[in-house]
Design a protein. Structure first.
Length: 203
């Protein structure tokens, strides 16, 4: 018998494989790359991509019927870029905590990675983004438990903002293939030694 797991990806267009310049296809996104890496190095995993282009954290709550009944072993939550079209408010924290609570309701031991937004060139997000990145780190820290670990992945460390043209599509928002590879590497390093990954092999 081969035992596997479920990876649920929540987010907006960076997660959803939808890009304005059309330069990235699903297997080359960070979600696809994570799924491939897990299968190659750890064991079987089903990837369930529930990213929706344009979504904010509030939209993701409103769309909960689209994803809330999935029992996931691993979840990435990549939100904040669209929220940063407006100034930060504590509603972002409220929404993110509700998302975390929802995925835990189906699996109290789910592993969660909160992805702080990567560097982009679009305005006004550039101005507002630091507050959302700080919020992501604080949300992850406050939600972390021994049973259901939550860690922030600092996607802003994937590349420096001076290199945006190298790693973003022409719209200045969506990562290209090279950008997704760097984002994948950040998240892979966060989860590489996770206990849940050791349960995906032959049993």
């Amino acid at each position: 018998m081969y035992k596997g797991g479920t990876y649920l990806a929540l987010g907006a267009s960076i997660t959803a494989d939808i890009y304005s310049a059309g330069t990235v296809v699903a297997p080359s996104t960070f979600v696809g790359l994570l799924g491939s890496w897990i299968r190659k190095n750890k064991g079987n995993v089903q990837v369930v991509n529930k990213g929706i282009a344009g979504n904010t954290s509030g939209d993701t709550i409103l769309d909960r019927n689209f994803w809330s009944n999935i029992r996931a072993d691993f979840v990435t939550i990549s939100l904040g870029t669209n929220d940063a079209s407006s100034s930060y408010t504590s509603q972002f924290d409220t929404n993110m905590n509700a998302i975390i609570a929802q995925v835990r309701s189906y699996n109290p031991s789910v592993r969660i990675v909160v992805c702080a937004p990567p560097n982009i060139s679009a305005s006004p997000q550039v101005t507002n983004m630091p507050a959302f990145r700080t919020a992501c780190a604080n949300i992850a820290s406050a939600a972390n438990t021994a049973t259901s670990p939550v860690t922030v992945a600092r996607l802003q460390d994937a590349w420096a903002s001076v290199n945006n043209a190298t790693y973003l599509d022409s719209d200045g928002v969506h990562p290209n293939v090279a950008g997704h590879n760097l984002i994948f590497g950040i998240i892979r390093d966060v989860i590489a030694n996770d206990a849940w990954l050791n349960n995906l092999g032959n049993v």
